[in-house]
Design a protein around this ligand. Structure first.
Ligand SMILES: *Cc1c(COP(=O)(O)O)cnc(C)c1O
Length: 370
């Protein structure tokens, strides 16, 4: 057999250590699991009730058009109509479907970013054009624009960016959109939008409704706490939503995902409260990192990049995403967890400080003597 050569360099996704431990039957529950930017809390009671209610009907196919979820998403985004809403098996599918609409060519995105982008490009036969984040880990707007050529079909902007947590304000996104050629699609991946507390970043969906070459993709996997059910959505022009529906698998959003996401979106005030908790805890962790004199990148997501080894977190019972997997060797990406988990993160820093003081002692003596 011969397979498509674009797939040769692709390697299966290297999952975070906690997934491997679970697969090997290791008791990962003894650890604070802060690897994958999930929410520390389970689905809202409203979502659980909706799930319990539909389970007996699992023998039936669900609504393949996902009508009810599209309606509540439209209601939650002023100015959007049901016909502006895309849906998918996670926002991953929304992103994939959107890329599938474009002629084969180049895709530009900041890097390091979400590992799915290079993977999707290879699978679709697109050429990826990663553009490095700035030295301060920020999204390099000018360099992104310079990377656009006649062959460019899309720019993917993860905003806020995973893993750096840095972001562009709505004004910056708007000017980026204006400067792109009209047939280059700006794909905003807003998986973490609910955790942004900078008021100058808001209502990106309005931009996506206004311009045919902008689309925003969002997810129920993070702030809504439904990662295991796989459901995401997008907002864009009527035309892009229509075309996306042509390439989507007919029943890609399962019954459980449809009803849980609908109930969660209807209870979005509670989702907002949970996100506000995460933001407060993010500030608490960032203060602890600053207090321990560690380099970290101020984040607008539910995670923080910090220059502290994953194995040192693990010694203290905390699993984080290893920086090497994110092209940040020596760093870790720490998901903001619940209060108890975040306390353990802070305890890990204290353990390490204690160890270094102990190690440093022999050297300290001659210094004092001299
Ligand atoms: C977690 C994440 C997603 C969400 O993916 P789903 O398929 O919706 O679970 C999308 N984009 C980025 C950058 C993420 O980190």
């Amino acid at each position: 057999m011969r397979f498509r050569s674009e797939l040769d360099p692709l390697r299966p996704y290297i999952p975070p250590k906690s997934w491997r431990m679970a697969a090997e039957g290791t008791d990962e529950h003894r650890y604070a699991k802060l690897t994958s930017n999930e929410l520390a809390f389970g689905p809202l009671p409203e979502a659980k009730a909706a799930l319990a209610e539909v389970l007996p009907r699992a023998n039936r196919y669900p609504d393949s058009h996902v009508t009810r979820l599209r309606q509540v998403v439209a209601e939650a985004n002023a100015g959007a109509e049901t016909r502006n809403v895309l849906v998918g098996n996670g926002s991953s599918e929304v992103l994939m479907n959107v890329l599938q609409l474009l002629p084969v060519g180049e895709v530009v995105y900041p890097w390091p970013s979400f590992s799915l982008y290079p993977m999707m490009c290879s699978v679709l036969g697109m050429t990826d054009r990663p553009v490095s984040l700035t030295e301060r880990h920020e999204i390099p707007t000018e360099a992104l624009l310079s990377a656009v050529t006649d062959e460019t079909r899309a720019v993917i902007l993860c905003n806020p960016n995973n893993p750096s947590g840095t972001y562009l304000t709505l004004d910056e996104v708007t000017s980026l959109a204006s400067e792109l050629p009209p047939d280059v699609l700006l794909i905003l991946d807003e998986a973490y939008v609910e955790f942004v507390d900078d008021p100058t970043y808001c209502n990106s969906h309005a931009l996506a409704l206004e311009r045919e070459n902008v689309i925003t993709a969002r997810t129920f996997s993070k702030a809504h706490g439904l990662a295991g059910l796989r459901v995401g959505y997008g907002i864009g022009s009527e035309k892009i939503a229509d075309y996306a529906e042509r390439v989507r698998f007919p029943v890609s959003v399962n019954l459980a995902a449809q009803v849980a996401a609908t109930a969660s979106m209807l209870a979005r005030d509670k989702v907002r409260e949970r996100a506000e908790f995460v933001v407060r805890e993010r500030n608490r962790l960032q203060e602890a990192f600053a207090g321990a004199r560690l380099d970290f990148i101020p984040s607008q997501g539910n995670f923080i990049m910090v220059r502290f080894e994953a194995q040192d977190f693990e010694k203290a019972g905390v699993l984080v995403r290893e920086g090497t997997a994110l092209e940040y060797p020596g760093w870790s990406r720490v998901t903001v967890g619940d209060s108890w988990e975040n306390d353990r993160v802070i305890a890990a820093l204290e353990d390490a400080t204690r160890e270094t003081t102990r190690e440093a002692k022999p050297e300290a003596k001659p210094q004092r003597a001299s």
